[in-house]
Design a protein around this ligand. Structure first.
Ligand code: NI
Length: 392
């Protein structure tokens, strides 16, 4: 079967390049992927597949195998980012200010490619494949959570789920795996420090929220350095601070915003309490107040260990051991976590880098691009992972 899949991936390659270029040229923002979704639906129906709409722009498809066996889910994401593309290629974004800078065009294309391959051999499959094309990976609450709420993982329930993501740090032709905890939970932290504004020359008449904000940010580093288990990776970064005073004007309030990331649900809860407490107490000790709002984002991505070991071995069989690498944990987030929290899931990385061609820019950069040779690898590997998993 492995050779049949490889041959099919080669055979569909040019079509996949055309699909990827169409998607790349027509990016749409999270939860607005109407044209993208119509395009993918049309392609799936062209294969004779029945498509169910979910979460407005999401698509769910079953490829029923000829023989009984488990249901394996494969997931891709449809959305793009609010970025002005700075590449100069014939397939550049035609939707100004919107760009597939996170490679979701590649993920969607590879999943569509996997659908073509699996559909071709469906009579030979001992099990079925559920394809999940989800919207809104880049935006809270995350399209995955909506797809799950609307029943994407029910009737039938998949035994496991695979997802993939482009990786500009990894040479095209290679893929990467990491069993266990892989990507961080990410929460947004908003602090509003309130004091009493007035003339900068009369500090004793005011309650200075600028000073409180400065002390709060410093004090907040205790959450990571003193409250977190040193063995537990934790990030608390503040990327925004705004106090609209002047050289001689102390403002009433200062707004601070940041991100909290970690890899454990209990610690995540506890850390939220510490953030609240430290912010409120610091402000209070200076006569001010602090309103704390924490917006919960995605949970951490957990790659089921047994499933990921099997997937890694399957990838070695498909690509050769020299093309499969081990990944490090990373503090970025992914809403694939919603699937991996409720069922065995495995999320791997697809190499797209090509230094000779200048394809080296990170995701979310206006210069991000992918070497399209990755489509052959990504589509074939997704199909093969599902088939391999059916063997149990
Ligand atoms: Ni992404």
């Amino acid at each position: 079967m492995i050779n049949k899949i490889k041959a099919a991936a080669d055979q569909y390659f040019e079509r996949l390049v055309a699909i990827r270029r169409h998607l790349h040229a027509h990016p749409e923002l999270s939860f607005q992927e109407y044209e993208t979704s119509n395009y993918v639906e049309h392609a799936l129906k062209g294969l004779g597949l029945e498509v169910t709409r979910m979460a407005t722009t999401g698509l769910l498809v079953m490829i029923e195998g000829g023989k009984p066996g488990p249901v394996i889910a494969l997931r891709g994401d449809l959305d793009a980012l609010p970025i002005f593309e700075k590449n100069d290629a014939p397939y550049c974004s035609t939707n100004e200010g919107v760009m597939h800078a996170c490679g979701h065009d590649v993920h969607t294309t590879c999943l569509l490619g996997a659908a073509m391959i699996l559909n071709e051999f469906k009579d030979e499959l001992s099990g079925s494949v559920k394809l999940i094309f989800q919207p809104g990976e880049e935006k809270l609450p995350g399209g995955a959570s909506i797809m799950i709420k609307e029943g994407a993982l029910e009737d039938p329930s998949p035994a496991s789920i695979f997802g993939q993501h482009v990786h500009p740090e990894l040479e095209v032709g290679k893929v990467g795996f990491k069993a266990g905890k892989y990507m961080a939970s990410c929460d947004e932290v908003y602090l509003t420090v309130k004091g009493k504004g007035g003339h900068g020359a009369l500090p004793h008449k005011n309650i200075d929220p600028i000073l409180i904000a400065a002390q709060t940010i410093v004090a907040m580093q205790q959450v990571v350095s003193r409250r977190s288990d040193p063995m537990m990776p934790t990030v608390l970064s503040f990327g925004k601070i705004e106090g609209k005073g002047a050289t001689n004007v102390i403002p009433d309030t200062v707004e601070i915003a940041g991100t909290f990331r970690t890899f454990d649900e209990d610690w995540r809860q506890e850390a939220h309490k510490w953030i609240r407490q430290i912010a409120e107490e610091t402000a209070k000790s200076h006569g001010g107040t602090c309103e704390v709002r924490i917006e919960r984002g995605y949970p951490f991505v957990y790659n089921d260990e047994a499933l990921t070991e099997r997937a890694r071995a399957a990838a070695e069989a498909y690509l050769g051991a020299e093309n499969v690498v081990d990944l490090e944990m990373r503090a970025t987030g992914e809403d694939f976590s919603y699937y991996s929290q409720v069922m065995p899931g495995s999320f791997h990385r697809l190499g797209v880098r090509n230094e000779a061609r200048g394809i080296v820019h990170p995701v979310h950069s206006p210069l991000f691009d992918a070497d399209e040779a990755c489509l052959r690898v990504g589509a074939g590997l997704m199909a093969w992972l599902a088939v391999n998993e059916m063997k149990g």
